[in-house]
Design a protein around this ligand. Sequence first.
Ligand code: ATP
Ligand code: MG
Length: 561
Amino acid sequence: MTEEDQNEKPLDFIRTKVKEDQESGKNESRVHTRFPPEPNGYLHLGHAKSICLNFGIAKEFGGLCNLRLDDTNPVAEKTEYAEAIKEDVKWLGFDWEDRFFHASDYFGQLFDWAIKLIRDGKAFVCDLSFEEMRELRGNLTEPGKESPFRERSVEENLELFEKMKAGEFPEGSKTLRAKIDMSSPNINLRDPVIYRILHQEHPKTGDEWKIYPSYDFAHGQSDSIEGITHSLCTLEFEHHRPLYDWFCENLGIHHPQQIEFARLNMTYVVMSKRKMLRLVEKGYVDGWDDPRMATLQGMRRRGFTPESIREFAERVGLAKRENMIEVELLEHCLRTDLNKRAPRRLGVLRPLKVVIENYPEGKSEGLEAVNNPENPDEGTRQVSFSREIFIDRNDFMEDPPKKYFRLAPGSEVRLKYAYYVTCREVIKDEDGEVCELVCSYDPESRGGDSPDGRKVRGTIQWVDAATAVQAEVRLYDRLFSNPTPEQAEDGSDFTDHLNPDSLIKIKDALVEQAASLLSPGEPFQLERIGYFCADPDSTTEKRVILNRSVALRDSWAKTSK
Ligand code: ATP
Ligand code: MG
């Protein structure tokens, strides 16, 4: 970290501790972090916060950050998830170099450590079922009761554990438990299970193992094996820390410093893989990469940029207590990023035909349009204009109220980059619906400039009928209509709060050609409508499908100023 950076911003509590450790020479002043997801679902925005934190700290302090999959539960884990995790971390802009690991890489070592605990009289094979164990565990106010199998001899334990490993016992019939303290006020220390029998293929180790370490027995030791100096994790692991400490001390191995921070929670989304899986499985969304999901795959498809997510993670900062971040901040970060880089294009969502009666038939011309007013380097492009154009239905009113500055019978507006036009005639179909407008234009107003100082208050967008491209536009709104769907007072389920209008598909929008040629991931702005990008379905279905990433109006910037 440069001195300048340090002067700019006070350090958060994690960086303060890391800096202290580095300056005091702890761990030979090394800083080594890791991002340790379980490959049992796709990464979401909460994970992004953790990724930015872990990789960010490593970079700032001249250290390293590993990517490790904590794959101790073969029942829920899949290679599909593992692949997506790697893709997402890269997409966010981080690099683990040659440090990609699996907790399963350490199964052999973990097994040896379990044997050591047994030999030292600190672990025992228990025949209680999970149900019976739960009954004896006690609760926050009552101490637990010791298992009747707790005093088995070392020899018997070794023999039974080897047989568990050899697959000689059915699933659930035995476990290996650490022998700690059944009356500890911390329930995690009441003889926790460290190995269970699972006759299950593992995505990495195949059918090599019939027993698998518990997450708690694998996580801390994996950090230790990798020489992690600071194990950053979310608050729910605070009460596991004494257990991880116990393992490191009793095994006599390197002891990482665990530091907890509050999970990221955000309004209008659910931020848990388990709940997201339910949304996918029940068909409430179109998959993990549905643009309404707070998964990184969904957000990418929607048009979020890695820069905007990194900026969001930074602005959210770190807290020691649970809190709720407003989704408007995320949208603000996206708008700010796209405002700088997204080229402007013209399009109309609900086309209304306009014939310019005094424009020569058969004529067509190119008009100069600014690509990005925020960035003059992006220059201009030519948009074609001819006698027939389309405007948006929302920009016309037959009976306008006072102070309506868009198009109405007899009124004049500016067509952006083009001309002043005046509405002369309204044509209706047999149902009485307005289906066409006849307008006249002022040839002297080319480029949208006033010819004689005459002012118009309204400027609207348009597309040329001869060259516009038909597009399906997908307008997304929040997936839930309740800002905190998981905390409803009435005890309802989060799925009771789905927003029925979270996706509106407009099949026959029209956009200028330049907006139809971009590939997924290339953002652009449709003027006055929002920021967009092509959906990957465009490629497979060979038609133009556009996702609106975010509308233009920034309620967050307004309310927070
Ligand atoms: P979920 O509850 O969605 O299943 P998890 O915590 O089980 O998430 P892991 O794969 O175990 O997911 O998490 C990998 C890392 O990401 C952990 O260090 C975890 O603390 C962190 N993490 C997960 N969710 C969040 C969140 N909402 N905010 C910040 N960090 C998170
Ligand atoms: Mg988990």
